[in-house]
Design a protein around this ligand. Structure first.
Ligand code: FES
Ligand code: FE2
Length: 454
């Protein structure tokens, strides 16, 4: 690849070559590119903050990241939701140190300025003695996000007043990504969010959601201990050991037909089709991978949406898993990413099934997740090798299925049906390039609207 001079649009364009399926490694380690990502992606996109069931009562709050900003998502007295920047308007201190909880107001621990649930400045120590009643409190509320909206209980916000409405940003593919979780039943967030830090660039965590090439090798340890079945017992699927069976884990679908959806602004869904996955699994595991418990969900998902069994990913960083979890990848620097795991349950499921699902959720992903330990080491090592003066000149390859990504348009979804491929990863970087260049909203939408081929 020929790389143009840094600091220009031509430089950014020279780092992503969709035609050859090659990426320059600098995009994973360059701090200036990271700053552009913060400004043009995380400063503009609608970002997932939390689920409404995490803040059911007035005064409930949850602290969520928006790029390098932190916002307090707060249930108001009138039941509406606001998201306030967690920074005091006096001299910047965080007004809340807790990650979630219930409050009547937020008092800054520096000088004691106090803000109401709606962010209004309601208390200033020494207002008459020190300020001589000359401070206009109405001019210094906590700042709010530019726009906040919800979709089926999932709360999103954007810092950009010009951003299109949430529904338009999500598009059909983004809405299906959420529906695959929202329509599983009467869902509720389980208490607490698991959080841990990886020394990796956030994009490795994002593109891996679509990678069905790695499990057979990366997760061979999980196979060896019987947590997931190994390839040599794949005729019947199912786990090899009692422990694996108890976890309800499934055969790794590396040899399945995949169904890929590409959506506007970079959203995508990729992985095995439901029919393909069900073909390979024993009947007792079908319930685990299908949400067709009643006709309602099927209608909401539509003829294409109801066929997905892969991984939905909302650009830039929210992965909705098969087993009712959301993984939010929070970039802290070019080389450091926090991974947050939100886990959900269906209120109508039996206590036994809820418990079994919790076991699967904890043991698969998160800090105690076997699979994520294996993935995380790859991401950290891959990131480290983007820094070497010689190593970084070797391009990253996304050539699997290149030139074979024929797109079929149906029911508002642009889909590709093919063996395991890297179409969704390529779509992610094609879209990433448009975002990071600072492309305006209209152009961004048209540049990330799927055509006939990728
Ligand atoms: S910084 Fe918050 S009261 Fe001074
Ligand atoms: Fe993995």
């Amino acid at each position: 690849m020929t790389i143009e001079a840094p600091g220009t649009t031509a430089y950014l364009e020279s780092l992503v070559d969709v035609a050859t399926g090659e990426l320059d490694r600098r995009i994973f380690s360059d701090e200036e590119i990271f700053d552009l990502e913060m400004k043009h992606i995380f400063g503009r996109a609608w970002l997932f903050l939390c689920h409404e069931t995490q803040i059911p009562k007035k005064g409930d709050f949850f602290e969520a990241p928006m790029g390098k900003d932190n916002v307090l998502v707060v249930r108001q007295r009138d039941r509406s939701i606001k998201a306030l920047l967690n920074t005091c308007t006096h001299r910047g201190n965080a007004v809340c140190r807790a990650e979630e909880g219930n409050v009547r107001n937020f008092m800054c621990t520096y000088h004691g300025w106090t803000f109401g649930l709606d962010g209004e400045l309601v208390g200033v120590p020494g207002m008459s003695d020190f300020y001589r009643d000359e401070l206009d409190r109405s001019k210094h509320p906590l700042r709010k996000v530019a726009q906040l909206d919800t979709y089926k209980g999932f709360v999103f916000a954007t810092m950009d007043p010009q951003a299109p409405p949430l529904q338009e940003f999500l598009g059909r593919t983004g809405r299906i990504a959420i529906d695959l979780l929202a329509e599983r039943g009467d869902i509720e967030a389980r208490p607490g969010v698991q959080k841990f830090t990886l020394n990796c660039n956030w994009k490795f965590t994002a593109d891996n959601a679509f990678d069905y090439y790695h499990p057979q090798i990366t997760h061979i340890s999980a196979q060896a201990v019987g947590m997931i079945p190994s390839a040599d017992v794949n005729d019947t699927g199912g786990a090899k050991t009692d422990e694996g069976k108890a976890l309800g884990v499934q055969r790794l679908p590396t040899d399945l037909d995949t169904l890929v959806a590409l959506g506007e602004y970079g959203h995508a869904i990729s992985g095995p089709s439901l029919d393909s996955m069900l073909r390979t699994l024993p009947p007792e595991m079908h319930e685990l991978v299908t949400w067709r418990r009643n006709p309602g969900p099927l209608a909401a998902l539509g003829p294409v949406g109801s066929r997905f069994a892969g991984h939905p990913h909302l650009f830039p960083t929210a992965w909705f898993t098969m087993d009712a979890q959301i993984s939010l990848r929070v970039p802290r620097s070019a080389g450091v990413t926090e991974v947050w795991w939100f886990s959900f349950k269906d209120r109508n499921e039996s206590p036994e099934e809820q418990k079994a699902q919790l076991g699967r959720q904890i043991h698969s992903f998160g800090p105690a997740g076997f699979l994520e330990q294996e993935d995380g080491e790859n991401w950290s090592q891959s990131t480290a090798q983007t820094r070497g003066g010689a190593s970084r000149d070797i391009p990253q390859l996304l050539k699997m299925g290149l030139g074979r990504g024929k797109i079929i348009h149906e029911d508002g979804v642009a889909r590709i049906e093919a063996p395991v491929n890297e179409h969704a990863q390529l779509w992610t970087y094609l879209s990433w390039l448009q975002w990071v260049k600072g492309t305006d909203w209209d152009e961004l939408r048209s540049a990330t609207t799927p055509g006939d081929y990728i």
